[in-house]
Design a protein around this ligand. Structure first.
Ligand SMILES: Nc1nc2c(ncn2[C@@H]2O[C@H](COP(=O)(O)OP(=O)(O)OP(=O)(O)O)[C@@H](O)[C@H]2O)c(=O)[nH]1
Length: 303
C-alpha cells in the first residue's frame, strides 16, 4: 500500500488500473463482466478462452476502475501460443495499481501457487474467492482463506459469486479503497478501450466455443478480415481458423446449421453491443498447425 493511497481522504476521486489474475476457468471474465456491468470480456465453460488483454472500465461519481483481464496461466504444454500468453500476464502486471488474484472456492493447488509467485509485492493484491455459491458450509471458506493467506500477504480478502452477482458491490468498494487519488483516465462513458473490430472477434469466438461445447480444441481462432461502416450498417467478414478438416466439419454441423446458428447469435450480440445493424459473413478456414507457428501468431497480434 502506498502513502498516497492510505492518506487520500475518502471523498476524493480515485482512479487506476486493476489486473485480474488467476488460472484458467476460475471465473475472471465472468467477474469482469459483473464489475463493469456490461458484457465485454468473453466467457465460456472452456478453459483459456481469453487470449487478449482487455480493459473493462467502470466509472461512478467517486471513482474510475480500469480492469485488465489477463489470459489464464497455462503451465503445461508450452507452445508458442501459451508462451505469448504468459508474457501478456507478466507485462500486464507491470503497470497496474491493484491486483485481484482470483481463486475458485476451496480449490488451491500447485498451479495456483505458480500464479502466486508472479504477483508483485510492492502494491496491494486482493484475494478474491469466487464461486462461493458452490460452498454450502461458509465456515469452510474461512479456513480456506486462512490457508492461502499463509502463502502471500494479501491486502484484503473478498469472497464473491461472480456468476450470481453476489458481493460485487463489496468488492468494488474494497478495490476503491486501494486506488490512488486521481481523475478520470478514460471518458466517463467508455466501457472499453478495445476497438469494435476486436469486440466483434471476441463475440464470435465466444459463440464458437458455446455452440461446439467440449468438442473443439482451443486452437480455434477468429480473424476479422473486414470491418466497414456502410452508413449506419456495419459490414463484417470474419474467418474462423481451425487446425483440421474434421474441426471444420464440427463447426459446419448438419447442412451448415451449426455455423449458421453461431453467426446469427454472434450478429445479434454485436447489434446489441454496437447499438446498430450488422451484416456478418463467416468463413471457416483450415490452417494446420498454426498454434505453433510464431509468424502467424504475429499477424494475429499475440507476440
Ligand atoms: N458456480 C459458479 N460458476 C461460476 C462463477 N463464476 C464463473 N463461473 C463459471 O466458471 C466458468 C469459467 O468462467 P470464466 O469467466 O470463463 O473463467 P476465466 O477465469 O475467465 O477463464 P479463462 O478465460 O479461461 O481464463 C464458466 O462456466 C462460468 O459460468 C460463480 O460465481 N459460480
Amino acid at each position: 500500500m502506498t502513502e498516497e493511497t492510505t492518506n487520500a481522504p475518502d471523498d476524493s476521486y480515485r482512479s487506476g488500473y486493476i489486473a485480474i489474475v488467476g488460472r484458467p476457468n476460475v471465473g475472471k471474465s465472468t467477474l469482469l463482466n459483473h464489475l463493469i456491468g456490461q458484457k465485454i470480456s468473453i466467457t465460456s465453460r472452456k478453459a483459456q478462452t481469453t487470449r487478449h488483454r482487455i480493459n473493462g472500465i467502470y466509472t461512478d461519481d467517486h471513482s474510475q476502475f480500469v480492469f485488465v483481464d489477463t489470459p489464464g496461466f497455462q503451465l503445461k504444454h508450452l507452445n508458442a501460443l501459451n508462451r505469448g500468453m504468459n508474457r501478456v500476464v507478466t507485462s500486464s502486471l507491470r503497470d497496474v495499481q491493484v491486483v485481484m488474484y482470483v481463486l475458485e472456492a476451496l480449490r488451491y493447488d500447485e498451479r495456483d501457487q505458480e500464479v502466486l509467485k508472479l504477483l508483485p509485492d510492492n502494491r496491494p493484491v486482493l484475494l478474491v474467492i469466487n464461486k462461493i455459491d458452490e460452498v454450502a458450509d461458509k465456515g469452510q471458506l474461512f479456513d480456506f482463506a486462512e490457508r492461502i493467506a499463509k502463502d502471500f500477504k494479501f491486502a484484503d480478502i473478498v469472497p464473491v459469486s461472480a456468476k450470481f452477482g453476489k458481493k460485487i458491490e463489496e468488492l468494488r468498494d474494497t478495490l476503491r479503497s486501494f486506488l490512488p487519488e486521481g481523475g478520470l483516465i478514460y471518458d466517463a462513458d467508455d466501457v472499453t478501450d478495445r476497438s469494435e473490430r476486436f469486440l466483434a472477434s471476441e463475440i464470435l469466438r465466444e459463440k464458437v466455443f458455446r455452440f461446439t461445447g467440449e468438442e473443439l480444441p482451443y486452437s480455434v481462432s477468429v480473424v476479422i478480415e473486414k470491418f466497414e461502416m456502410d452508413k449506419k450498417l456495419r459490414r463484417i467478414s470474419a474467418a474462423i481458423l481451425v487446425d483440421k478438416e474434421a474441426h471444420k466439419a464440427m463447426l459446419l454441423g448438419k447442412k451448415g446449421e451449426k455455423i449458421k446458428e453461431i453467426a446469427t447469435q454472434a450478429r445479434l450480440d454485436m447489434e446489441k453491443l454496437f447499438d446498430g445493424k450488422v451484416f456478418l459473413e463467416v468463413f471457416i478456414k483450415v490452417r494446420s498447425g498454426w498454434a505453433d507457428d510464431s509468424r502467424i501468431l504475429q499477424t494475429l497480434g499475440y507476440e
